[in-house]
Design a binder for this molecule. Structure first.
Ligand code: ZN
Ligand code: ZN
Length: 150
């Protein structure tokens, strides 16, 4: 048994003094804290409202503000000088990156992405991250075709 700050079966967070309910099973794993409190105590760097690079950051839910916060007022264009940074970013996201003939392949667990260049690989990963399922419906396709020349 770990040292629990508790009355009967209630687990009280060492950081915020609130009752731990959702992750009560992992009370000792998270050093007798809420997962969120543990994350902000030991893992998170920088502004607590901006998602950090540790997996499971609670700030991920504030995605519009945090994405803009992380991107800033940058202006980029796809060109030769974005290829190496794209490969380095894929590696930082723990993808295994290989070249298969003239195509680029990124793997993470059983997920596999194939594209003509590393920047497009990153785009596919962002697409998979943001849409489940990623394919567009017929009505979505009609709406977009009415707006853009594809
Ligand atoms: Zn707490
Ligand atoms: Zn964080």
């Amino acid at each position: 048994m770990g040292i629990r700050v508790s009355e009967e079966n209630r687990s009280v967070c060492r950081r915020c003094r609130g009752e731990v309910v959702a992750n009560a099973e992992s009370f000792d794993v998270f050093e007798q804290m809420h997962y969120t409190c543990f994350h902000y105590e030991f893992e998170h760097a920088g502004d607590p409202d901006i998602e950090c690079t540790a997996g499971g950051c609670p700030a991920a839910g504030i995605s519009v503000a945090s994405l803009h916060g992380r991107i800033g007022d940058i202006e980029m264009a796809s060109a030769g000088n974005t290829i190496v940074p794209a490969i380095l970013t894929l590696r930082r996201l723990h993808f295994d990156v290989t070249q298969d003939a003239d195509r680029w392949v990124a793997r993470l667990g059983r997920a596999r992405f194939v594209a003509d260049d590393p920047v497009t690989l990153l785009g596919l990963i962002k697409l998979a991250e943001n849409r489940t399922p990623w394919r567009a419906t017929d009505s979505e396709i009609d709406d977009v075709l009415a707006e853009f020349d594809l």
